[in-house]
Design a protein around this ligand. Structure first.
Ligand code: ADP
Ligand code: DP6
Length: 343
């Protein structure tokens, strides 16, 4: 066979208990286990074609050919699969992000989950989603969790084989997430560099690791009990602690900007005015995500729009796990992308 094709979609996920720091950078083994909610509003579609005629890997993202540096990242990732089964062919990778790239909205999570599934399907590998998550992890840690829908835990594990994601709960109980898109341009400090610098220099880092463990146990219990307020309170506190480690790094830095603080203030004001539960979390970028009940979305968006531009508030319900796509699905994605379906 000269050509083998795989196409897949994966949704992004937002961590409620953050992954922040690696104990092994080569293997992407995290310092702590983490837990996320997969979102249906944001996703990546990726097509992988292994072909004997190709003399090198190539990679286009959002219909633009990528730099050598980006191709190198993809090649290193494909090598994990090539080495696993002794595959010699190069591949053409095409990917469409229906999520802003490198803006702290987790494009790398949906990206490497989609790439892992598309590659495994092209090579007809018989891997469980848990096993596949150990491959995805090596592209970007957070992508481990995007193989599954709903609430997902990435267990830190003891080695490369057992540092994997597992679904915890389908999140089908009146939940939603709002994204207050403060700024969706590319961030200056990638998550990877930001977390490495923090691990190396923040005197608060060990406190982060120690308390993340207790946060995880508590949020899993709250999810099992469907205690929305508990889930939100734990998530908000955990996210703030992560950002406190960047402020205490040396030299210090932050992913927040002035707009992030205004967005946070809007959330505090609205939840006080409406008496509605809504909890914030932020990642390696200036955007603010708000965990709320799906049944409160209209009320919250209406009130938040008094403080924040309405067209910059994106509503998402919990999303599904990664899935394979057909060629017809791919053609439809290309059309949607061309028609401005990207954010
Ligand atoms: P984000 O907050 O969007 O996840 P990161 O800095 O963590 O930001 O990751 C962004 C990087 O992920 C990009 O610079 C690129 O290298 C990679 N990436 C994003 N989208 C894709 C994609 N669809 N396919 C492959 N790699 C991607
Ligand atoms: C703040 O998964 O992007 O979003 O593994 O180096 O690619 P690498 O980092 P990445 O970091 C995500 C950091 C975070 C928290 C989280 O998603 O858990």
């Amino acid at each position: 066979m000269t050509q083998s094709i795989g196409i897949a979609r994966a949704h992004t996920n937002i961590a409620l208990i953050k992954y922040w720091g690696k104990r092994d950078k080569e293997l992407f083994l995290p310092m702590n286990s983490s837990l996320s909610l997969t979102l249906d509003a944001f996703y990546t579609d990726t097509k992988v074609v292994f072909d004997t005629e190709l003399t090198a890997d190539s990679f286009s993202l959002n219909q633009k050919e990528q730099s050598e540096k980006e191709i190198e990242k993809i090649s290193r990732f494909l090598n994990l699969f090539r080495e696993y089964i002794g595959e010699k062919r190069f591949a053409r990778v095409e990917s469409l992000n229906f999520v802003p790239t490198a803006a702290g909205l987790a494009s790398s999570a949906s990206a490497f989950a989609a790439l892992a599934l598309a590659t495994a399907s092209a090579l007809q590998l018989d891997l469980s989603m848990e096993q596949l998550s150990t491959f995805a992890r090596r592209g970007s840690g957070s992508s481990t969790r995007s193989l599954f829908g709903g609430f997902v835990e990435w267990e830190m594990g003891t080695c490369s084989e057992d540092s994997l994601a597992r679904p915890i709960d389908p999140a089908d109980w009146d939940l939603a997430m709002l994204v207050l898109a403060v700024d969706t341009s590319q961030k200056k400090v990638a998550s990877r560099e930001g977390m490495d610098h923090t691990v190396a220099t923040s005197p608060f880092y060990q406190a982060w690791v120690d308390t993340a463990k207790a946060d995880l146990a508590a949020i899993k219990k709250a999810i099992a009990e469907r205690d929305f307020d508990k889930v939100g309170q734990i998530a908000e506190h955990n996210g703030m602690k992560m950002h406190a480690t960047t402020l205490s790094a040396n030299p210090p830095f932050t992913y927040w900007n002035a707009g992030s603080l205004l967005a946070q203030e809007a959330v505090r004001q609205v939840r006080q005015d409406l008496g509605v539960s809504a909890y914030m979390t932020m990642d390696a970028g200036p955007n603010v995500k708000v965990l709320c009940r799906a049944s409160d979305v209209d009320k919250l968006v209406g009130a938040l729009s008094q403080h924040f531009p309405a067209d910059k508030i994106i509503t998402s319900l919990p999303g599904k796990g990664a899935s394979q796509l057909t060629e017809a699905d791919w053609q439809a994605s290309l059309e949607r992308f061309g028609a401005g379906g990207q954010l």
